[in-house]
Design a protein around this ligand. Sequence first.
Ligand SMILES: [Zn+2]
Length: 451
Amino acid sequence: MDVYTPAAKRVIIPLWNLKDGHRYGEILKAYETSQYWPAEKLRELQWERLKDLLQHAYLFSPFYRRRFEELRLTPEEIKSWEDFEIIPILTKEEIKSNLQEMLATNIPRGKLIHKRTGGSTGVPLHLYVDKRGMDFKRAATIRHNRWSGYERGDKIAMIWGNPDIYKSRKAFLRNLLVERAIFLDTLRMDEESMRAFVSEIRSFKPRYLLGHARSIYIFARFMESEGIGGIEFASVISTAMALSEKERQTMKRVFCCEVFDRYGCEETSLIASECEKHNGLHLNAEGVYVEVVKEGKSGKNSSGGILLTDLTNYGMPIIRYRVEDVGLLSESLCPCGRGLPLLQEVGGRTSDFIVTPEGRLVFGISVLDNLTIHIPGFKQVQIIQEEIDHLHFKIVKGQGYSEESVRIFKRELPSYFGQKMRYSWEFVDEIPKESSGKYRFTICKVKNPFY
Ligand SMILES: [Zn+2]
């Protein structure tokens, strides 16, 4: 281990947290203990947090006050988990059209952190989280990271879209001292960038690798096909989309370590992740209440739509939110001894890479996160690649659409897909889901050279 790592963990990171006002230390300590509580005790904690949240939402969120009034109900009358299911499911559309009324009136707007996401369906969504809620999310992420061995301050390699470390001096410094990450940009993956990343890994020597499942797999396949060896990690954390067994086995083989699958979303942050037993994904139960419903009813032993209730975000209460992913909750306990319930399967966000005529790979989810959700009036977009030099876009118009929207879109395209790509688009009323019920942001029918 280098000499900086212990210093970063003991001194630099605590100081940086102090500077940024992050106060997750106590929460993390509590989380380290509660993960081993019996399932029943965790359920009680969730119930207490849920009751507090419902009370808060009723008192301070005009949207939820209206919702309760329409039900002719007060939070006190919700006395069981079954009662809780009376509360209607919250959709993305509702968040979009009621954003201001959802925010809590007792927390100043300036104290809320703004987030934007394309989520699992590509529909842009604005969200707010209060600072205390963010501390809960940080604590959960750190706890779940620790299961893979990774601690803040450890060197890490990341395969991600458009890393923001070069966007400001502060971000650059923060990365240098605190995050200690090197990046392979998923908006620009080609032989050259992957080769450069290999050299960077050799000299920087990160112990961990984190990224989108598909992107890590592509990088692993590239190394294998080029006969590049000798790059080993202590563990790989795979996130942002479902991880297939083939992808997992390839990563294990190439990087000579275990792979820790993770499920999260921008709306509530970390939802579940694998422990060292790899026996399903342990829920972040203290922070998020997860339901799986089929045709509106809670489903045991069958997969269905995932509903999320964020137990710790008081700035913008999120209750029974349909995230548009599917999952299966497990009744069994994990041999690791943690009482946190297990999520057996998750499916949702799926996305391909686009291949450019120059042979570069552009990851669909990264295009979504960095381009299409930022275009005003584009409600939803799907990219279909039938030929190497042609992309077809299906666009659903939303509020705020004008000719300017298309102008911005056309202007930005070459910076993502190069100069040789041709484009066409059509406006549609909706984008159909796959037969599996999943929505695919990008569909690539051209052979990916690294697959
Ligand atoms: Zn476990």
